[in-house]
Ligand binder design. Structure first.
Ligand code: CU
Length: 488
């Protein structure tokens, strides 16, 4: 048993004083308590809060605490003491009110990822800083035609986003369907990763790993290690999968079951698409139907090559250890047995999002994502830039006329992938590696492959104000790979 050192106290970082003060006794307790394996435990759903009469009002308290992660008691951070935080279920047209209470030792704030709501005032305004001990009342008014789908919330305070999410601050938001889809079960699966040290503290991440984009040693679903859940054959389950990892790409498979993708992010497809696997970059969500067949099937995350650091960083640096396990990492296990159930009614077609491919384009814009050695980063540090510049809160990088349709060419000059996220306004993928689909593909996080290029179109409708676009490898965002957009 080693006493807590100043270094460890520093590593506790954002948990700061409160966690450190509780540290002595807590750490002993952690070390001596039996840690029963949680692998194979039943899947737990986060607590749910549902809107009533067009409104949902919740209090989210961000605080450090001892929270079970996998089979370990971790000194982590959670909303309302849990990882993930509560799931918020709302409907198009609703008003969502969130009182954020900051019980952390550092500033934080809140971003409602993917929601098409105002970025101004007490809306989805990431320029707000909620100081330790402070509170802030957010209010989001969803348009009546807001796309249904899977969204999520997390801190967006520049410089500490990756650390706060890595420590456990995230939760799901579901925007319900105008026309319900018949299912036998609905599950929210929030995938996150983190790394704990021997004492159960969230491990601090060295600079080189931040540049690479940290990948935690534990991959968890709803804070659990490979939880399981039962079903009968022939059931149709709806899985809402959120990639809440800071940097890890998830190539997901669920062999032995029939998978139909309803859509990604806010981009519901007109008809569900049969898929064998799906790629979720950090920040992406999948809205998935699983039609069950007898047997055990494990949802697995397979290694996804997302490139490496430039050679100049040194020989072999960033060659990620081996592609992980050849069979993938088990995330959750579905056990299907018993009498088959009657099949479900067909899924209603969805006609919501338009198609900008035939729209007149008001402006063309070039967004260049770069990572390289440069002045200003310090010795051995790389610079992560958009159009050659690092984020500055007070500077507006891109000014757009409200109501216009723009075509953005996203170019990646670096040897690593960058998932590009635009707040508030969804992007339609016009041209890219996986393109060529008959129907429009809308996402709010779009992967821009290493040395690759993607074209998107955006309709800057409904809202004005300042917001941001950035790399959703959140270490890169914290290092400056973010720009400010103003729609006016
Ligand atoms: Cu990046």
């Amino acid at each position: 048993m080693q006493p807590i050192s100043r270094r460890q106290a520093l590593l506790l970082g954002g948990m700061g004083v409160a966690a450190t003060a509780a540290g002595g006794a807590g750490l002993i307790w952690t070390l001596t308590s039996p840690s029963g394996p949680v692998t194979g435990a039943n899947l737990v759903q986060p607590e749910e809060n549902r809107s009533v009469d067009g409104q949902l009002q919740v209090r989210l308290e961000a605080a450090p605490g001892r929270i079970l992660l996998g089979d370990r008691q971790a000194m982590a951070m959670g909303y309302n003491g849990s990882i993930p935080g509560p799931t918020l279920r709302i409907r198009p047209g609703d008003v969502l009110k969130i009182k954020l209470v900051n019980k952390l030792a550092r500033p934080t704030n809140l971003h409602v990822h993917g929601l098409h709501v105002s970025p101004e005032g007490n809306g989805d305004n990431i320029f707000i800083s909620v100081e330790p001990g402070g509170t802030f009342d957010y209010e989001y008014k969803l348009p009546a035609d807001h796309p249904p789908g899977v969204y999520w919330y997390h801190p967006h305070h520049h410089g500490m986003v990756a650390d706060q999410i890595f420590a456990g601050l995230f939760g799901g938001i579901i925007v319900e369907d105008p026309e319900p889809i018949e299912t036998s079960a609905e599950r929210v699966l929030v995938v996150s990763d983190t790394t704990l040290d021997g004492l159960g503290n969230i491990l601090a991440v060295p600079a080189l790993e931040r540049m690479m984009g940290r990948e935690g040693q534990l991959i968890l679903v709803n804070g659990q290690s490979n939880p399981q859940f039962p079903a009968r054959p022939g059931e149709r389950e709806r899985w809402r999968i959120i990639n809440a990892c800071v940097a890890r790409y998830l190539r997901l498979r669920l062999d032995g079951q029939q998978l139909q993708l309803l859509g990604m992010d806010s981009g519901r497809y007109a008809k569900p698409e049969t898929v064998d696997d799906l790629l979720l970059t950090p920040g992406n969500r999948a809205d998935l139907l699983v039609t069950t067949a007898t047997g055990d099937s494990t949802l697995r995350a397979f290694y996804q090559d997302r490139g490496s650091m430039p050679r100049m960083m040194g020989p072999g640096f960033g060659a990620r250890s081996a592609a992980g396990q050849p069979d993938g990492t088990p995330l959750a296990t579905l056990r299907v047995s018993g009498e088959p159930v009657a099949s479900q009614t067909s899924v209603p077609d969805y006609q919501g999002l338009g198609d900008l491919r035939t729209s007149a384009v008001t402006a063309h814009r070039s967004i260049v994502l770069s990572a390289g050695m440069g002045m200003g980063g310090g010795a051995g540090m790389m610079r992560f830039t958009i159009n050659g510049r690092e984020f500055i809160k007070g500077r507006t990088d891109t000014t757009v006329a409200a109501g216009s349709v723009e075509e953005w060419t996203l170019t990646n000059t670096s040897p690593m992938d960058h998932p590009f996220h635009l707040h508030v306004w969804p992007m339609q993928i016009i041209e890219g590696d996986d393109q060529g689909k008959a129907s429009a593909v809308w996402q709010d996080v779009v992967n821009v492959p290493a040395n690759g290029r993607v074209k998107v179109r955006v309709a800057f409708n409904d809202f004005r104000g300042r917001s941001v676009y950035h790399c959703h490898i959140l270490d890169h965002e914290d290092l400056g790979m973010m720009g400010v957009i103003e729609v006016r």
